[in-house]
Every structure is written in C-alpha cells, then in structure tokens.
Design a protein around this ligand. Structure first.
Ligand SMILES: Nc1ncnc2c1ncn2[C@@H]1O[C@H](COP(=O)(O)OP(=O)(O)OP(=O)(O)O)[C@@H](O)[C@H]1O
Ligand SMILES: [Mg+2]
Length: 960
C-alpha cells in the first residue's frame, strides 16, 4: 500500500505506530490480534471468550480503525489506505506455538477474501455478520465475490451505523402479553415513593430475553419522559464504570452529543446553581461533572485524597437528585445491572439508602447479578426484588400469533414449543421463519451468540460441569455427573454456582441413579452448551453416560434400551468423525445396543420407533465389525418395517436387496419374515413367484423352529388362497396356524389369525362363525395394526348382516388407526370400506371425500390390490354422483391386477355399471357376465351374491 518513494525507516516507523494503534483499538472492543502478515492485521472476536455482540464489536472496531486512518492521513506526509473484511462463522480454535493462538476454517478464508475484495476505505462483511448486525448497521446491496472452495459468496459494504431509534427490525414487536402482576407492583411502588417521598430500589431479575426491559418500558411510558432517566451497563468493563449514570445525567441536564465541553458544562452549572445553595452547589457541580463525564477527578479535586472521592461523588449525586425530584418523583432505570461495576452498584446503594426524596430506582438484571453481588438489595428497607418468569404456554401462543404472518401459521406450535415462554426467543424464531422459512429447530445465530457469551462468562469449572451435564440432555442428576467424571466432592458447589447463574434449576425428583436431579432452564441453553463441547469429548461422555445408564438400569430392573442405544450411537458417530482409536469398538457396541432397542420397540408393536431403530442399527452395523447374522436381522427388519409403513416401490426394492443377502446366510426368522413380505408384494404381478416364496418362508420358519414364526408364515401365505377365491384352503391354512399358537404367549399373531378366519367366514357367508372369531380376537388385538385389522373385520361382518351404521363406525375407527399408523395401504383399505358403506347409506359426498383423500395418499403405493379396490369404490361413488366420465377415468387410470379374483370381479362389475350409465347395455351385460363367471367357481359367496344382484338390477332397468 505504500510507495517506494518513502524512506524505509520512515515506513517502518509509521507501520509500527499504526499497528500499535490498531491493536489498541481492536483490543478495546474485546478483539484479539492474531497476527500481522505484511501490512495486514488479523484479529478475532469471540474466541476464546464469546460475547453476545461479537459481530457488532468487530464492526465498531473496524469503523474506528478506518476513522483512525483518516485522522492519521490528515496529519501525516505518508497517507495510508485501509480495507477491512469481517466474517462470522464456526472456526476451529487452538493454540499455536508460544501461546499464540490460531483460528482456522472456511470462515477465516472467506474473511481474508472479503478483505482483499474491499475497496480502499471500505468495510466489507459476509452474510452471517450482516445478519447479526443488521439491527445496528446499514449495508449496501450485496455484491458477489469468488472465494476459493466456497464458490460465489455475498459481500455487503457498510454504509453507516444506525442510531438506536432508526434501527430496523423485520419483526415488529407485539402488544404486551401478560405481566399484569409485575406492572401493578411497579405502579404501587411508584405510588408509595410519591406519597412517602422516600427512595425505593426495585430489582427485576430474569433470564436474557424474558422481558425485563419491556416491562420497565411499559411501566415508565405512561409516566412520560420527564420523569424517567435511563442508563445501560455495558459488558466491556474498564473505563466505563459510571457510563450508565453519565447517560442518565446527561439526559437530565439536556446535554446532547453535539455539545462541546464548554456548552455542556454551562448547562450543568446553570441547573445546579439555580437549584442549590452555594455551599452545596460547588461540591455538586464538581461531582456531577465527573459522573457525567465532563471532567476528571484530578481536574475538579486536585488535592482530594483518593479514599475520599467516593463519598464526594455519593454526596454530589444524592444532593443533585434530591433536588431534581423535589417537585415530582424521578425514576432511574438501570438496564443490564448484571454488568455493572461494583463501584456503580455502591453508588446506587448509597443513593437509595440515604436520599430523602421520591426516587424510584429500577434495576434490570439477569440472575448472575446475585452471583456477583450476593448482598444486592438484601436486608435494606425499601428494597424489592421480583423475578420475571417465562410466559405460560397460552401467553406464548398469543405472542406467536401476534407476530407470525398468517401464511406461516403452520409453524406456530413448533415456535411455542421451542421458545419455552421466552419472548426474545419467540421473536428470533419468528424472524427466522419469516426470513428464510426454516423450521425453528436450530438455534438462531443471534441467540447462539447471546447464550454462548453467558456460558463463557462462567467460571471454567462450572462451564465444564454444564458441558458434561448437557450430554445427558435437558435433565441431569448428581449421580450421572459423578459417573461421567465429576468429582463428587465438587459437584454440589458447581451445581450451586450454575444454579445461581440461572442456568439450571433443581427438580424435586430423584434422578434415575438416585441423587438430585437438575434441569437446564432452557433447552436452547442446553443445546448451545452441548455445541461448545469438542466432538472427541462428546464421544467420550456419551459413551460413559450410556454405560452408566445401562448399569443403573440393570441394577434397578428398569431398562431404557433406546436411551442407552442413543448414547452408544452418538459416541460412535463422534468418535468416527474425529477418528478416535476406539471408534471401531464403539461401533460394535452401538450396533448391539440399537438392535436391542429396536427389538424391544418391535416387541411392544411400536412400528415407527422400531423402524427407525432398526435402520439406525443397520446404518452403524454396515460400517462396523459385527456379527453378520445380527446385521441381517437389523437390515431385514428395517426393510420389512419400512415396507409396512410406506408400501412404496423403493421400500420393495430395498427389501429385495436384503433378501438376497439374507439367503446367503442361511435360515433365520428374519429370512422367513423377508420372504413372506416379498411374496405379498410379488403377488399381484406374479402369483407363481409369490407362491414359491410363501412356501420357502414356511419351510424356513419350520427349520428355525419357532412356532409363532411358522404361524406367521402360514398366515401370510393364506392370502394366496384367498386371492384365488379358494376360501376352504385359506381356512385350512389359518386353522393350522392357529393350532401352533399359545393364547397367552402369542397374542398379537393369534389375533391376526383369528381375524383372518373371521374374514374368511364373512366372505363364505358363515356369519355366526365370523362373529365368534371376531369376539375371540378383539381382546387380543391391542396393538395398532391389530386394531386396524379388527375394525376392518368388524366392518365387513356388520355390512354382511346389514348393520350399516355399525359398519360405518367400525370403518371410521379403522381409518383413524390407519392414519395414525401412517401406512398408505392401511389407509386405502380402511377408506375403501368406509367409502363403500357411506355410499350404501346414500351419503355420497362424504363417501367421495373419504375415498379421494385416501387416493391422494395411496396412489403411489406398491400394494396394487388395495389401490385397485380403492379405485373401484371411488368409481362407484362417482357414478352414483352421476359423474360418469370421472368414474371411467378413475377405473381406467390404473392397473387392476388379475391375480386377485375378488378385485378383478369387482372391477369388471364396476366397469359394467359405467357402460350401463353410458347407455351401452351390451357391453355392460357382457362384463357383468364375466364378473359372475370369475366368481362362480370360487368360494366367494358374498361377492358372488352382490355381483348377481347388481346384474339383476341392471337387467331389470338396463338404462338405469
Ligand atoms: N410480555 C411481552 N409481550 C410481548 N413482547 C414481549 C414481552 N416481553 C418481552 N417482549 C419482547 O421480547 C423481546 C425481549 O424482551 P426484553 O428486551 O425486554 O428482554 P430482557 O429481559 O430485557 O433481555 P436482556 O436480559 O437481554 O436485556 C423484546 O423485543 C420485547 O419487546
Ligand atoms: Mg433488557
């Protein structure tokens, strides 16, 4: 940046001085200079200690650097140019040689790129930096720059800083929700101050964002600006001890930013002289000049001993404010008092204790104030403290409703749940949803910074303890903490520390392993704390924690295999990610634990849970050294349970892949299971293949020797006979299955077999038998799939005996349960039955609605027969609604498999009715005859009777 026409020594000197000033500026904003490279400086903010406004600090520093260079250029014969790049993101921080520390990662590279892309005098920032500071800084439109490895990235040039009043927000604030009690208390206190003419100190405690500032604002607004002086404490520390008082006093004296020292002092003197007698006026104007930042202590009291300064200041402030509140009470609001310097708190305390005037001091503080100043306000007369709790769920919902545009209202409940009553979190989540329509799952960057800063301000011991606690989730017990490596002698005091800082609360319940239980006050806090743990630590802690849970569970006889499985899985995944030596061992362990959890979920008929767990087990097992037979078990059940829930072509393909691998490993229950599922899906297209697979499934089940597995294989195969219309054969197979089962041990499979027998009886027209089997099955069919099957069987039976209302009710139950299961084919089956009954009852529009809804869900299902049945029912309802074209389209739109006799016949009869409605009686008649001919040789008595009736009706009135 410098020309060679300058003397090398001058250049070096200028550089050295400039760098020194830059470093001082950067450090004054909490930045750390990482290195000087040539004529460039690199500084980081938020590492090693995060602040809630690191991005903004970096920008303020950048602007001050620029101003500094401008000043330098005005005076120096050697002008300099400056270009600044600022970027935000997750980096890896470590210490380099000689204690120098280093940050690396893509955000650093992009930051460097922004710097080189900046024009002279420009401050150019990346997207996340912009997002984090957009409330305070105005930016130009983005321009795009190329960054190696990151492609094209958006860059924003700083235009200027916004003042607080002009700050923009994409989410307007909502009308105040709740807080009546707190406001009433504030007004009451104000009233007492006014009447008693004595000071009161009120401290409002509450976690970040819970609404302290808002409540204070709502309180003071109706009183008017004349009565209120507000000042804010800053987290920067040094040199700004009295900054909040300065803010209050300058406002009180009417001093504005453009006033120079003479003008400001003149305003001060004028006010003080008119209000006070001469003796006091002198001391007060000196003291207030110091507190208002208009003069330094040595300049006003050159000879005053240091130990007397405080009492002079106290006196000055007290006298001054007593005077200023003589006619009417004055309210002083101290924002963010948890950052106040002790000296400032001393002044406030003195004031409220000694003043003889109507002064109401309201301090707003996060819980850590109590940690920094345990005795704050304590034991003094006329002091009050209140804590703002998070909003209730109802109030939170009201706030979300007020902020969320109607178009995004689908996200409402997620936001209510994630924000847990914290209005700031509500606003941030709404902002995220509005701006990028992202679900409120991850922690928004703005909150991340806020929370991380609080975490980093903790003592290292407490922070580390919270990190360990976060591994166990929201709740942790002292026992668990001991198990993951905390020293039992220290835990209590660390927990107390965290409690005082407002990070956790004690629950009243004992934890799983005994000991006391604590929970993070907010899930987001837990998430941020957890995210601050290095991955290798997470691996280690998840492992320890999972093992501990396992022993505790075993000891108490209550095991939670899913939670154990989860920790084992996380341990393995993190260990792999960072390449730890024990990753393979953790993989084998995770596989076994997940498989155990999946099996236990399957045993309690948790279809969704077991599907996911088998899948997770399989995913880890496939990349670990595990028993191949067990691996096939995981993969196999993952595939069959997926098929049950999805019935999609992809799921069928997955099943076929696992099936061929499973065959190679020889007979096993899972192989039998895979075979009958695959047979079921092969059936519509290839009955021969389906038959072969069913036989193979039965053979393997017998070889494995579990009666329940044999019975399940038999039951599945019975569907083949039913499809052919051979109901005697179907009954025989089902009876064989039934004979194998123990009523007590095999409830759910027995229920399915009995319901199969019931359907078989209904279709044969043996209604007494059907009723008996249903009654027998009902108490056994407890799980979701069992309930669906039971209600389906009941529907068919009730239809057959002519109880259409009963049939409607059962079909509705079945549909409800099918939707709960979420399986498209179950929905299609139940909806077909319901649609048919409703049509029979003349409720045509409801019938259509039910069928069409189901059709949307099920049309892509690989269970072709069920979909074909749904098509037929929908076509018939459309026909009844006189939508003949619609009916035809509906039937012709998809394939009707010929392997299921009942369905083929139904499709023919449906088409026949369409022809009849189209006044093509010959075609109609021919199709009716074909349908009857299909059914006649079978045992499908009920279907045949219905078909014949329809045909007869057609013959009686051919044109309808
Ligand atoms: N009861 C409420 N009804 C509607 N909006 C609220 C309510 N309480 C707070 N808010 C909004 O939530 C946001 C955060 O509130 P506020 O700034 O008062 O929190 P705080 O407790 O002062 O946080 P901090 O500790 O960070 O200062 C603000 O935009 C505020 O307007
Ligand atoms: Mg606040």
């Amino acid at each position: 940046m410098l020309g060679s026409r300058h003397d090398a020594e001058v250049v070096r000197g200028t550089y050295a001085r400039t760098f020194a000033r830059m470093q001082a500026i950067l450090e004054s904003y909490g930045g750390t200079v990482e290195k000087f490279i040539g004529d460039a400086v690199m500084a980081v903010f938020g590492v090693p200690v995060a602040h809630e406004d690191d991005a903004l600090r970096a920008l303020r520093a950048a602007l001050e650097l620029r101003a500094d260079i401008t000043t330098h250029n005005a005076r120096s014969p050697m002008p300099l140019q400056v270009r600044v790049g600022v970027n935000t993101g997750e980096v890896v921080a470590g210490s380099g040689r000689g204690g120098q520390f280093l940050v690396t990662g893509q955000p650093v590279n992009i930051g460097a790129r922004l710097q080189t892309a900046a024009r002279p005098g420009e401050v150019l920032v990346g997207s996340l930096t912009r997002e984090l500071t957009s409330a305070s800084v105005r930016y130009a439109e983005p321009r795009w720059i190329e960054a190696k490895g990151a492609g094209s990235v958006a860059a924003f040039a700083v235009v200027d800083m916004l003042t607080e009043a002009t700050a923009l927000s994409t989410v307007p604030s909502a009308a105040l929700v709740d807080r009546d009690a707190e406001l009433r208390m504030l007004f009451d206190t104000y009233e007492r101050v006014r009447v008693e003419r004595r000071p009161y100190l009120v401290t409002i405690y509450g976690e970040a964002g819970v609404g302290k500032s808002r409540v204070a604002r709502e309180f003071v607004n109706p009183l008017g600006p004349d009565r209120v002086r507000a000042g804010r404490c800053l987290p920067y520390g040094e040199g700004v001890t009295f900054a909040p008082l300065q803010e209050m006093l300058r406002a009180d004296l009417g001093i504005v930013a453009s006033d120079d020292a003479t003008e400001a002092t003149a305003k001060l003197t004028a006010i003080v002289r008119t209000a006070l007698d001469e003796e006091d006026a002198d001391v007060v104007s000196r003291g207030i000049a110091v507190l208002a930042g208009l003069a330094t202590v040595p300049s006003v009291w050159p000879d005053l001993p240091a130990e007397s300064v405080a009492s002079e200041l106290n006196f000055a402030l007290r006298r001054f404010l007593e005077q200023r509140s003589e006619s009417e009470p004055l309210i002083l609001v101290l924002e963010d008092a948890h950052w106040a310097e002790p000296a400032l708190l001393d002044v406030i305390e003195h004031l409220t204790e000694w003043a003889r005037a109507p002064l109401l001091v309201v301090c707003l503080a996060r819980p850590e104030l109590v940690v920094r100043r345990p005795a704050w306000g304590g034991g003094k007369a006329r002091t009050l403290a209140m804590t703002l709790d998070p909003l209730s769920a109802d109030h939170t919902r009201r706030l979300v409703e007020a902020l969320l545009p109607p178009a995004r209202s689908a996200r409402r409940e997620e936001i209510v749940e994630r924000s847990e009553g914290n209005p700031l979190y509500v606003e941030e989540f709404v902002r995220r949803v509005v701006e990028v329509d992202q679900p409120p799952t991850s922690v928004p960057a703005t909150l991340q910074g806020l929370i991380a800063a609080r975490v980093d301000s903790l003592e290292p011991g407490i922070k580390a303890m919270l990190q360990r606690a976060s591994v166990s989730g929201r709740v942790v017990s002292t026992e668990a903490l001991t198990a993951v490596g905390d020293d039992p002698r220290e835990i209590e005091s660390l927990l107390r520390g965290a409690l005082r800082h407002g990070f956790i609360t004690a629950t009243d319940e004992p934890g799983p392993g005994g000991g006391r239980e604590y929970r993070f006050n907010h899930m987001l806090t837990r998430d941020v704390v957890y995210a601050s743990l290095p991955k290798s630590e997470r691996a280690k802690l998840h492992d320890r924690f999972g093992r501990w849970l396992e022993t505790v569970g075993a000891r108490r006889g209550v095991e939670d295999p899913e939670v154990v499985g989860y920790h084992a899985e996380q341990a393995c995944l993190f260990a792999r990610e960072v390449g730890l030596d024990d990753a393979p061992a953790l993989g084998s362990r995770a596989f076994l634990r997940l498989l155990a959890a999946a099996t236990s979920a399957r045993d309690r008929a948790d279809y969704h849970g077991s599907r996911a767990l088998f899948q997770r087990a399989a995913a880890i097992g496939e990349t670990s050294d595990v028993d191949q037979v067990l691996l096939i078990q995981a993969r196999g059940y993952a595939a069959t349970s997926r098929l049950r829930l999805e019935s999609s072509p992809d799921a069928v393909a997955q099943l076929e892949r696992v099936l061929s691998d499973a065959r190679r490993l020889g007979p096993s229950p899972v192989l039998a299971n895979l075979l009958w599922w695959s047979a079921m899906y092969a059936m519509p297209a290839d009955a021969v293949l389906a038959h072969a697979r069913h036989l193979e499934a039965i053979k393997i089940a017998r070889a494995v020797g579990e009666p329940a597995t044999v019975a399940a294989a038999l039951r599945a195969s019975a569907a083949l006979a039913a499809a052919r219309g051979d109901l005697d054969e179907e009954r025989g197979v089902l009876r064989e299955a039934r004979a194998l089962l123990e009523p007590r041990a095999d409830r759910s499979i027995l229920a399915r077999v009995l319901l199969g027998l019931a359907n078989n009886a209904t279709r044969r027209g043996d209604l007494d038998e059907a009723r008996a089997r249903i009654d027998e099955a009902l108490p056994l069919a407890r799980d979701l799939v069992g309930r669906i099957l039971a209600q389906r069987a009941k529907t068919e039976y009730l239809r057959a005996i002519g109880d259409r209302e009963g049939a409607t009710a059962s079909a509705e139950q079945a549909l409800l349960a099918a939707r709960e299961l979420g399986s498209p084919s179950a929905v299609a089956g139940a909806a077909s039955a319901l649609g048919a009954v409703l049509r029979q009852r003349g409720q045509l529009e409801p019938s259509r609605a039910v069928l069409e809804d189901a059709f949307v869900v099920a049309r892509g299902s690989a269970e072709k027969i069920v979909v074909a049945q749904l098509r037929c029912e929908l076509a018939r309802t459309l026909l009844a609604l006189d939508d003949v074209q619609g009916a035809r389209r509906c039937i012709e739109d998809g394939e009707i498999p010929s392997t299921d006799v009942g369905t083929s016949a139904a499709a023919k009869a449906t088409l026949a009715q369409i022809f009849a409605a189209e006044r093509l009686p010959e075609q109609a008649d021919a199709l009716f005859r074909e349908a009857v001919a299909l059914l006649e040789p079978t045992g499908l008595a009920l279907d045949l009777a219905e078909c014949r009736l329809e045909h007869a009706a057609f013959l009686a009135y051919p044109g309808r």
